[in-house]
Write a protein that binds this ligand. Sequence first.
Ligand code: F6P
Length: 542
Amino acid sequence: MSEHVSDSAEWQALQGHAEKFSAVHLRDLFGSDPQRGERYAAEVADLYVDYSKNLITDEVLSALFALAGRARLSERIAAMFAGEHINITEDRAVLHTALRLPRSASLVVDGQDVVADVHSVLDRMGAFADKIRSGEWVGHTGQRIKTVVNIGIGGSDLGPVMAYEALKDYAQRDIECRFVSNIDPTDLYEKTRDLDPASTLFIIVSKTFTTQETLTNAREARSWLLRSLSDDAAVAKHFVAVSTNAEKVADFGIDTDNMFGFWDWVGGRYSLPSAVGLSVMISIGKEQFADMLAGYHAVDEHFRTTPIERNVPALLGLLNVWYDTFLGAQSHAVLPYAQYLHRFAAYLQQLTMESNGKSVRLSGDPVTYQTGEVFWGEPGTNGQHAFYQLIHQGTKLIPADFIGFSQPNHDIGEMHDLFMSNFLAQTGALAFGRTLEQVQAEGTKPAVAPHRVMQGNHPTTTILADKLTPAVFGQLVALYEHITFTQGVIWEINSFDQWGVELGKVMANQLAPKLTSASAPADDADSSTNALIKRYRAARGR
Ligand code: F6P
């Protein structure tokens, strides 16, 4: 048996398919198989997934499933769900799926009943959210909370802000949530400038409670509050924490009675369904938050129990590997036709790129192939008037996911039908294009005709659900989590650490004194950094 998946006969078979594939066009694949649109479609929970407009044949799919077998994908899925320490560089279980297990389930990991722990925190979150929503919880001067400000970054921000925006239609509208993440002082300034401290609640979210951006923003938020309320006792009514690190929370000055915990087996970018989602629960209420968790769980169960050949997240993950590793795609567009999902691509960037932006295998050997494509996107139809031109007529292979909903959250005139006709038209235009003969037949001038040819053959996957509800939202996020997992397994990388972000953090801490103190040496870094520091200090009068 070969040492690495990439040395296997299954891998080589896919390389062979890739070489032949430049001659295949979606026009021919659809022409020769009138059933392709129905044959290459699947359902997972409430999501209908049409993958027929991908650059695949039955042979390629079989080869991808064989590769999954060679990579022992089924065994790896089972290991994750069972709580094995698959995050080997941090010696941790990877159990975000336990965050959405129903109360009746049971899972003992490292001697601990994690389901009981999860539901005990969910119950505390629910009681707290109820008090904020009903106005029973009041601030230091007796006013009810009108604005919740989530301070966190990365997984402690991107999930909550994306979900808050996605589920706004289900929100209690007299409570607004805002999200401060950047250490650029502008972020805190703009998010607090028009707020009344007496009716503002800060949720400080940090898994480690050591993150420079979050702790700095939190300290400044506390000063902002105390400048107005002038009593240290006010902090207890206006600050709560979400963290795994009770000691650091107490050091910061937040009573651990006002802390909602989670566990080291929840990665930051997978933490939205934990206490990290507290702002979302306050916004939509504990019942709809539970609906969201049930949505996640439905897809988890599909992923855990369905054979790989019919397993939708596994299939979509394998398709991503096909494009990225074998056909040379560099990026992947995610295009939600839902304005409420306008932060979805930003959220996915951390989920996918922090997970799979790796170049060393679990064994410690460097990879010899491409991993981790660049995820990007904007909601349709805005993207159509911006970057779609490059996807349609440019030179790059960019697989794209189109996500749409049959029922609008708000039905205004014919707008939703027009919106969705764009959704359907784009994947057709991308797949089938327009030939020179068709362009000429329309009487286009010969000099212009080549410019109007659309080569087509651009792969897309369409994900259609009835309506963007909390449950469907949970399903969608879980789908992408498991796609990401599948890719990591095939690439034999650890999708659950993120050592690459550490060096920059260390260097920022080393550089900070040079920017703030005129007496600190400004000539002991590299010549580029030295010159920039001098220029910065001059501008700041230091
Ligand atoms: O960017 C690195 C990272 O560690 C992310 O993985 C994480 O989501 C983010 O920083 C924030 O970390 P924390 O929640 O510990 O403040």
